[in-house]
Write a protein that binds this ligand. Sequence first.
Ligand code: SF4
Ligand code: SF4
Length: 138
Amino acid sequence: MLEDAKMLTFARTALKNLFSRPATVGYPYEPAKFPQRMRGHIEIQTENCIRCGLCMRSCPPGAIRVDKAAGTWTINRFDCIQCGSCAGACPKKCLSLVPGYTEPDYQKKEEVFYLPEKAPAAKPAQTAAKPAETAVSP
Ligand code: SF4
Ligand code: SF4
């Protein structure tokens, strides 16, 4: 009796799968579709970076390197585990996790971004001259 029930379930599942669309996708022959909130890869807006190095210090596998003197931000995408720690630590919010996988490669290459020169610090505004005090005669 139990065997019959199992056979019936199997036959029902097999028939359903025969007439339904495949659960797999045709990648790489069809373009991959990424979910909106996917933790794909890290992107940087270099114009906002202040070279503080907090992202480098917060990265568990050490995938980021910030060279203040050379003005570079470097990432080894094959070491990155998409944890998002760097994006959370960045005080200028210039790092973000965006959908899309890192392209496969034969070697663990690093990607180097050149940071723009810092803008010269603005001079403090001069204090307004005090109005001349008027002498009050007794
Ligand atoms: S997402 Fe995580 S592993 Fe990847 S660079 Fe940022 S801190 Fe490092
Ligand atoms: S934490 Fe942000 S601002 Fe600081 S070095 Fe990294 S990317 Fe630049």
